[in-house]
Design a protein. Structure first.
Length: 128
């Protein structure tokens, strides 16, 4: 991904999801130029933001009894595990390894939004 920008092409029309995605993309963009220890703090902030946002999506899936919830939650769990690994790498002094993980996240998010989150947004909008 050349740019880390949450644009209209990633908007789903579900305000809570779009807002949380925008926050994550803004944070990822700001992290690109951060030096340590600000980068470390931003990684912790990203982990907290994602945990909250993904929990909200998980609650939405439970509320609408989304049939693909288990697969979607597994993707969320994998993302959180990757970010946890980045935090462990930082703690061990491997900044380059942590940055590599963080650098991969915009592409992961774009793919996730355009597939799994889009399907969730469609399912949720049909129940309104």
């Amino acid at each position: 991904m050349d740019s880390i920008v949450f644009g209209p092409d990633l908007a789903l029309g579900i305000p809570v999801m779009d807002q949380s995605h925008r926050i994550v993309f803004d944070l990822l963009e700001s992290m690109q130029s951060l030096a340590r220890p600000a980068f470390d703090a931003a990684c912790h902030q990203l982990a907290a933001e994602l945990a909250e946002d993904l929990a909200e999506e998980n609650r939405l899936m439970a509320t609408i009894q989304y049939p693909l919830a288990a697969t979607h939650r597994a993707a969320h769990d994998g993302l959180l595990a990757s970010l946890d690994h980045a935090l462990c790498l930082l703690a061990a002094g491997d900044e380059a390894g942590a940055r590599q993980i963080v650098h991969s996240l915009p592409d992961w998010f774009a793919a996730h939004i355009n597939t799994m989150d889009l399907a969730l947004a469609i399912a949720a909008s049909r129940l309104e």
